[in-house]
Design a protein around this ligand. Sequence first.
Ligand code: XIL
Length: 376
Amino acid sequence: MRSTSLCLMLCSTLLSGTVLAENQTISLQQAYSPYFSVGTALSERQIRDQEPGTLDLVKQQFNVLTAENIMKWEAIEPVEGQFNFAAADAMIEFAEANNIKVIGHVLLWHEQTPAWVFQDAKGQPASKELVLSRLTNHINAVMGRYKGRIQGWDAVNEALNEDGTLRQSNWYKALGEDYIATVFEIAHKADPKAELYYNDFNLFKPEKRDGVLKLVAALKAKNVPIHGIGEQGHYSLDYPELQQVEDSIIAFGKTGLPVMITELDISVLPFPDPENIGADISLNMQLKQEFNPYAAGLPKAVSDQLSNKYLQLFELFLRHSNVVQRVTLWGVNDNQTWRNDWPMKGRTDYPLLFDRKNQPKEVVPKLIKLAEKAGK
Ligand code: XIL
């Protein structure tokens, strides 16, 4: 088995031009498969195979995929009733041809959703009935098309404030506080076999974590079909503390739901506004060179810190693999990562496991060894 996969890897390595360490015999997803699946997010360019070598690398290293953008509302239904399915179709076909699972991202979010969803024909706030019918049509169309082909959906994304209270988003304003339950109900009807997740960032923060626990308890009390909790995992060398991540995994595990780390990346750059750590995509700060220290390359000492943080996190995930079902990196390589442009456009960040040329960083074989040493 191992020698077959070694041969397969060497063959595809030669084809894709990816150089793997000499002593690396199996891939990330193979090493971690007894514990949890290892995923990545693909940009539209990657899905359309316009980035050399990436899809070959993805086939080797990952066994579950999320679309970074192309299944969000603004991309898949930019105009009411007009759906752009081509890119999502292509990603799902690629995944199926290569025995890779697919996660849908995302059914409901206050970001990357067109303004028309919340407006009537006169440009006034749309009625509750109108917004609800648009939401139902959207979910039925998208989930209906991919019924049976998607393992699970991020059903609701980022519905909570940092203090754990409900965000007063357009969704909340239009539909009232029960809207989260409504989304899960509609989605479950559309594809009863798809898992449905609540997904958010900064869930290591005790107040926000407790907000999720309250939400999950309320949904479960009403028998709302929720099947997992997604912790995005947009981290940095400076945060979060490992203990906080561990506490959140343990607390979520007690609900009986599995935990998914859904969007892992570790920025090596200074975060310009410590009050706003996390992943609020509306942040757009002015570029200042003092916040972009590694444009010419990453010093070895910092790259070692990055390796250590990845190793510590994966060690933690392995220890809690009875709860952690999946770990998805938010991107394949440092060229693609959104962290180059958030919270400030135009920086050079290094938050992923493969570098700008799709070469594995030195931490990749170490992560593989870590899983092998765990012994299953
Ligand atoms: C990000 C994408 O990576 C960017 O390309 C896009 O411009 C903005 O959104 N939380 C989420 C993801 O749930 O969908 C976001 O992805 C990052 C934060």
